[in-house]
Write a protein that binds this ligand. Structure first.
Ligand SMILES: CC(C)[C@H](C(=O)O)[C@@H](O)C(=O)O
Ligand code: SF4
Length: 480
């Protein structure tokens, strides 16, 4: 067995967390990592629990395993009977059975703490700096915002982690994405993360763990940092990380499962060592000026199909190689004419929610634009808080009223329309301004069309009835 041997050498944040979790490493560099927190949802866990049961094994650390249904749950009042698809009903019932049988930390559908797994984890203080966090879900990258090494795993790995609280991994390379300086008004964390993917492509991060840094990242709230890390996976990276700082500690402090008293002080001492050393080695570095980032929207069916809202819809010929055909297909699916202004794209629906942008700050930002306004004629809108607690907080602040007055539906927590695994779906051909993270063909409903953007951009589009530059709306509001 080889233990951490890099102490003393300059290391990145990723190196430090990795080294601190090695149980063993073989000669080919494959390691067994200790896993601190294991989140499970209903979609990718039933077979893992079944495998465990068949092997006569138990969950190694039920106290560190957190279960919550999110993908299939209806966001309307009748949660239990509202699950239309039989498979979804079985998945939710299985999670309920497994969570109880194995004694997991469990937030069932009728618990106010239920919500999207990546919103519940941080909210409950399960996600802490320096931890390894895994879940059978690609957007586990979200938790990297706390300076935790967090990534998705497959169902067989879910079973392995359940049984052993460890994971077999090869180390990724180190990539630094620096966003320098300040963001301009109207530009948000979502614009940062989409712009990075626009610059690097969906494969740009393949083989890497990304650390996001720079003034514009430091300036973000924890909510914004989660939005950035959430989409690291869309850029192909294994995980995204942001070094913890005072904002991180303040967010974590006092959460139900955060350490308390002397344990808090000890944790804080370790967390304060979690940054990349000055002369640490980076395998790839990308630098983007914060002031160069504009509010962006996607025009195609891949998150890399992204442009500033001031641009026109591109033509397939604007691309090279395999991207030409991909762009042609995207444009055809999205029903767009090359050369038309992005702001001329009319929408039928607006979805504000998901693990990318379903937190309280996102709802506040959207409500800020929607206050005293109405959804454009013929446009339907849905606001889906990321958790029951986000929903309660929003109601306390009167945000629900702003949304319903504007004509939006105010729903219960879940993945909702982000992934049409539940009753919330687009109708064929419907075009949606969405705050989620994937614009794949049919994801939000058969033949549905998705344009990804920030909450303020989605809110502005809701009022206009077409994609619009939120900065124009902000100017109107200021001068009104
Ligand atoms: C269902 C789940 C496995 C999937 C994921 O891994 O990301 C989903 O959350 C998604 O966003 O597509
Ligand atoms: S909200 Fe969307 S992206 Fe997030 S876990 Fe649910 S389906 Fe996946």
């Amino acid at each position: 067995m080889t233990g951490p041997s890099n102490a003393g050498k300059p290391r990145t944040l990723y190196d430090k967390i990795w080294d601190a979790h090695i149980v063993d490493t073989t000669d080919d560099g494959t390691s067994i990592l200790y896993i601190d927190r294991h989140l499970v949802h209903e979609v990718t866990s039933p077979q893992a629990f079944e495998g465990l049961r068949m092997a006569g094994r138990k969950v190694r650390r039920p106290d560190q395993t957190i279960a919550v249904p999110d993908h299939n749950v209806p966001t309307t009042a009748d949660r239990v009977n509202g699950i239309e698809n039989p498979e979804g009903r079985i998945q939710v019932a299985e999670l309920d059975k497994n969570a109880k049988e194995f004694g997991l930390n469990y937030y069932p559908m009728n618990d106010v703490r239920q919500g999207i797994v990546h919103i519940v984890g941080p909210e409950q203080g399960w996600t802490l700096p320096g931890m390894t966090v895994v879940c059978g879900d690609s957007h586990t990258a979200t938790h990297g915002a706390f300076g935790a090494l967090a990534h998705g795993i497959g169902t067989s790995e879910v079973e392995h982690v359940l049984a052993t609280q460890t994971l077999i991994q090869k180390k990724s390379k180190n990539m630094k994405v620096e966003i320098t300086g300040k963001l301009r008004p109207g530009v948000t964390a979502k614009d940062i993360t989409l712009s990075v993917i626009g610059a690097t492509g969906t494969a740009g991060g393949t083989g890497y763990v990304i650390e996001y840094c720079g003034e514009a990242i430091r300036d973000l709230s924890m909510e914004g940092r989660m939005t950035v890390c959430n989409m690291a996976i869309e850029g192909g990276a294994r995980a995204g990380l942001i070094a913890p700082d005072e904002k991180t500690f303040a967010y974590v402090n006092g959460r139900p499962h955060a350490p308390k008293g002397a344990a808090w002080e000890a944790a804080l001492n370790w967390w304060k060592t979690l940054y990349s050393d000055d002369d640490a080695h980076w395998d790839k570095v990308i630098t983007i000026k914060g002031e160069d980032i504009a509010p962006v929207v996607t025009w195609g069916t891949s998150p890399e199909d992204v442009l500033p809202i001031t641009a026109n819809v591109p033509a397939a010929e604007d691309f090279t190689g395999g991207k030409v055909e991909a762009a042609r297909r995207s444009l055809d699916y999205m029903g767009l004419t090359p050369g038309m202004a992005l702001t001329d794209i009319k929408i039928d629906a607006v979805f504000i929610g998901s693990c990318t942008n379903g937190r309280i700050e996102d709802l506040r930002a959207a409500a800020g634009i929607l206050k005293g306004k109405k959804l454009a004629d013929g446009v339907r809108g849905m606001v889906v808080p990321g958790s029951g607690l986000v929903r309660a907080q929003a109601e306390e602040e009167g945000l629900d009223k702003i949304f319903t007055d504007a004509g939006f539906e105010w729903r219960l927590a879940g993945c909702s329309m982000c992934l049409g695994m539940n009753p919330d779906q687009l109708a064929p051909g419907e075009r949606c301004a969405a705050t989620s993270n994937r614009n794949f063909e049919g994801r939000m409903g058969y033949k549905g069309r998705t344009h990804l953007m920030s909450p303020v951009m989605a809110a502005a589009a809701a009022v206009a009835g077409h994609l619009v530059d939120v900065r124009d709306v902000m100017v109107e509001t200021e001068t009104a």
